[in-house]
Structure formats: structure tokens, C-alpha cells
Ligand binder design. Sequence first.
Ligand code: SF4
Ligand code: MSK
Length: 630
Amino acid sequence: MEKTAISIDKATLELLEKAKNDKVETAWDRKSALKVPCGFGSAGVCCRNCAMGPCRVSPVPGKGVSRGICGATADVIVSRNFARMVAAGTAAHSDHGRSIALALYRTREDGNIKIKDEEKLKKSADRFNVETEGRNKYDIAHDVAKEGLHDFGRQLGEVNLPPSLPEKRKEIWKKLGVYPRAIDREVTAIMHSTHMGCNADAENMIKMSMRCSLADGWLGSYMGTEFSDIMYGTPHSVDTEANLGVLEKNSVNVVLHGHEPILSESIVQAASDPELIDLAKSVGADGINLCGMCCTGNEISMRHGIKIAGNFMQQELAVVTGAVDALIVDVQCIMPALAKLSQSYHTKFITTSPKAHIEDSIYIELDEESPLDSAKKILKEAILNFKNRDQSKVMIPQLKSNAIVGYSVEEILNKLDKVVNTEIGPMQTVKPLADVITSGVLRGAAAVVGCNNPKTIQDYNHIETIKGLIANDVIVVVTGCAAQAAAKYGLLQKEAVKYAGPGLATVCKLVDIPPVLHMGSCVDISRILDLVGRVANQLGSDLNDLPVVGVAPEWMSEKAVAIATYVVSSGIDVWLGVVPPVTGGPEVVDILTNKIEDWVGAKFFIETDPKKAVEQILSRMNEKRKKIGI
Ligand code: SF4
Ligand code: MSK
């Protein structure tokens, strides 16, 4: 494995060289221009929640200024900043969930968006207490959407938490006072309590963060996934390819980047329109080559096998290839730098969401009532831009890997069913999975998730973590940009079984799966919660009893902070490979890495060395197995 200070990805390194020659800058250049990051910001001890400040208190306890002008201590400031990160992450995921719920409400027999998975709709109707008997599926869908939307702003009564959530866990949350009340309410509660002159109690602030994050994981994100599956289909395993080598020299290359599948699904639909295909041919192209990036890439690859162009730190490099005719985005993780960069090439940088206007981009708003019409208009822009491509500026790295993506919970159960229930027909239970864990064939399971971050060597932490875990019989599930790192390095192929320990290799061969399973985008971490919850229910235990962990080796976004917090609050230990801005608050650090375990049975581990993180994970799994006698 090639390892430099920047990336282990050869396509990235080749294109960074080209960027240098083309005299354009990337995030890595801007990072080095910023030199040393601000020590106060890094430690989380800078408060600008009112205009008496900003107040920067000492990150070293007992040294320098210890309180802000209002008297807020370092721990109060750190905990409030942490809570605001969780609120922002929850807002982003859950607003995505809200868009999806509204799209479900707009589904029609003759509309652009239809119901694809009726079985999942019925299950969803069941959990929302919506009548299904003798009813039209669109009427059911509209009622399910309405019930789901009520949980965003619910003022009275209880939210509809999924059935996979063990009762024991709900009791823990109730006792601790972190049971989520409504999605928007928890975000608002944090924004209120972190206003000047409100909450000044670090422990209470962390509990508020936990409650808010739980509304993200088990409500907003969960609905985002569940309703997307109902409309666009529940993913099943499908072959694809990954890395920038998926761009094609003679096709109209369109890269879709962002998160919400409403845009990307419409573009996928539009790309098969014969008129647009003819238009592409009329401008001299072989056809339309759709590729995805970041979580949109995960969404469309797992439902259609659309190729993955790369992960977060490669978004600018896609433009640097000179071969992308349009980079089409919606929301989240989109670098504003793309606008200026695109002007150095022929790429049309097209923004589509009123939530993410970017100066100097081409803005074509996605009409949510009629997304297919907007998608065709956007795609036409891309096709007509093909003729402006300057072949002398084109360099497509000849690097891509095969991958299998699309392991939804349903697909994992299908695969297990094929092995154990051939005689009696499908059972759709997690018992076989629970059995291989309790018997010790598998040591445990790990979710490796999250972003890229130029503070780490791109993809190095992801790959080292995944390889270290599978070698030790830990089955790995991946989402987000970590999933795309795994895809690029060939870890999502069945051949990757050569890196697996003997127990995991046996399971993979028997079930016919790779040792690393692609479960989707950031919101799809709800699929992982669902799966772990089902295993816990199967064993009559709680999530914290299982040898299961979460790892975010290269995280960067506020969404990742919300995710990590709901995963820990759900009873699953989380390893962070990038230090979060909390180190200036000793009480906050103690709560997150120690005390929280007494509350919920899991805690945060902060470890920037992936090899050490793997050792810690294995020993924690062994401890857990011993504790529950498996
Ligand atoms: Fe400073 Fe307090 Fe205002 Fe924060 S809220 S900026 S610590 S005075
Ligand atoms: S896209 S949140 S960089 S995983 Fe979901 Fe990747 Fe992280 Fe964005």
C-alpha cells in the first residue's frame, strides 16, 4: 500500500500533480495555507454566543483566563459548542429525512415518484398504526408520511420509535431523561439552551446532546432511509466500480454529489430518456455516463449499480480531470471551492437546492412537484457542454476497482435465509447472524463510517481499520465516504475474503458475501442501528451487551458528531480517528470517555492511530464477550 503524507489513493495523487501543473488549488493547498489550526478552536474553548465576546478561555485548566465575560467556564463553553454541533448534524440529517417524507406524501400513481417497495410500506404503516386493509397503496403512503412528519414537530404524545429498538434501551433513556420528544424540538431545545444566559451545566448539556442525537438516529435519519426505500426500492446487492477511473473519455460525464436521493433518482431516470441519449450522440458522445460521489454516490450505486467516482476529498479532483461535463449537487458536503475551480475547466457546476445556493454556480432549482422535468433540463445542460471539453486538459486516471454494494438489512437477511432456510422457505430473522456471533465464529461486528479529513492521510485510517478488523474475524459494515474508500481498495469484493480471519472467511464463503458490507449513505447508519437492534432483540438483550462497535476514522462533519453521539447513546462504543474539539473541557472529556458508560453502557474512544484503535476494539470486544459469557 502506497502511503504519502496526503493520500494512499494513486488516483488522488496523480490528479493533485495535475492540479499543480494546471495551477489550481485544492483543499489540501488551502489547509497548508492555514498553517497551524487555532488552539482555542481545536480545544472547543472559544465562545461567540453573545456580542460581549468572543471569549477565548484557557484550554489548559488552572492556567490563564478561566471564564468568559458572563462567567461561563471552559466546560460550559465546550459542552455548548459540542451540543451545537450535534444540533447542526441532526438538523442536516433530519431535514433530509423531512424532504423524503414530503416526497412520500407527494407520491402518485401517475406522478414522477411512485411506490416501489409495497412490502416495506406495509411494515412502515404497521409501525405508524396506519390502516392498510383494502386501501390503495398511495393513500397508505400519504398517511404514513403524515404520521412521520408529525414526529418532526410533535408537541404532545410519544414519537414512533422503530420496533427494532429494544425495550430495555427505551427504559434507560427514560430514566436518564434523554428519550427524544420530537426531532425539531430537540434541535430547538439545544439552540435555546445554548443561548447566552441559559444552560451552564456541562453534564446536562451533554444529556441534551444525547437526546437530540437520538432523534436523529432513530427518527429523522431512520425515516430518511425507510421512506427512500419505499419510493426508490430497498437496495439489493449489485455490482459497481469505484474511483475516478470510472469517468469515460468519449461519454458525457455527469457527477452527482450530495445527499438526498430525490435529485439523483430523477437524474438516473432522465438519463435513460431516448431523446437525451440521442442528444448526447448528436453532440459526438458515445452516451451519458452517470457517476456518483459522497453519499449521493452511495444512494444511486446501491439502487442502480451507478459507478462511484470517489469520496469527499476527491470532489475537486473530479473537476481537475477536465472530463466532467457537469457536477450536479444538492445538499451537504459540497465544497464551495467547486464554483471557482469549475471556471478553470469547462465543467458546469450546477446547484439545485434552495438550502444550498453557492455563489458563482449555475442554479437550476429542482422542482419537487415535478423532479423529472427539472432533471431533464439539468441533464441537457450537461450534454450540451460536452462540446466545450478541451481534450488537451483531460486526464482520467486509469484506476478503478470492482465492488458489490447494496446490503440493506433486508438483503443481509435474504442472503442468510438462502443458507439456513432452503427447506422451510424465507424466515427473515437475524438468528443465524446472532448465532455466528454468540458461537464465536465471528468475534463481533464493526461499522466503519464517515468522511475524509485532510488532517489524516486520505483513506489510510479507513483501510487500516477495516483490514485490521476483518483479519481478526470482525465483520465490517460500511457507509458514507468510508464505504467508498473500501470500494476503491477492493474490499467490497468477494475476493477480499483473503484478508479475513478464518471465522469470517468461513461465514463469507457460506453466505456468499464479501467481508465488508456496503450499507449505504450517512442516513443509512439507521440501517445499522436496525440490524443491531434486531440481533439484540433476538438474544433478549440490549445493544450494549453485543460485541459491536462504531468507528469514524476520518470524520469531519457535524453530522458525524450527531451520529457518534446517537451510536454511543444507543449503547455502542465509538472510536473517533480525529480528535473532536472538546479537549479544553476536562469534565466534558471525562463524561464522553468515561462517565457516559455508567449511563448508557458505551463510551467514546479517541485514537488517531488506526492500528492502536483496532487493538483497543478487539480487546473491548473480548471483554464484552467474556462479560456476557459468549
Ligand atoms: Fe463570552 Fe459568555 Fe457571551 Fe459566550 S456567552 S461570548 S462566554 S460572554
Ligand atoms: S458524504 S458527511 S463526507 S461521510 Fe455523507 Fe462523506 Fe461525511 Fe459527507
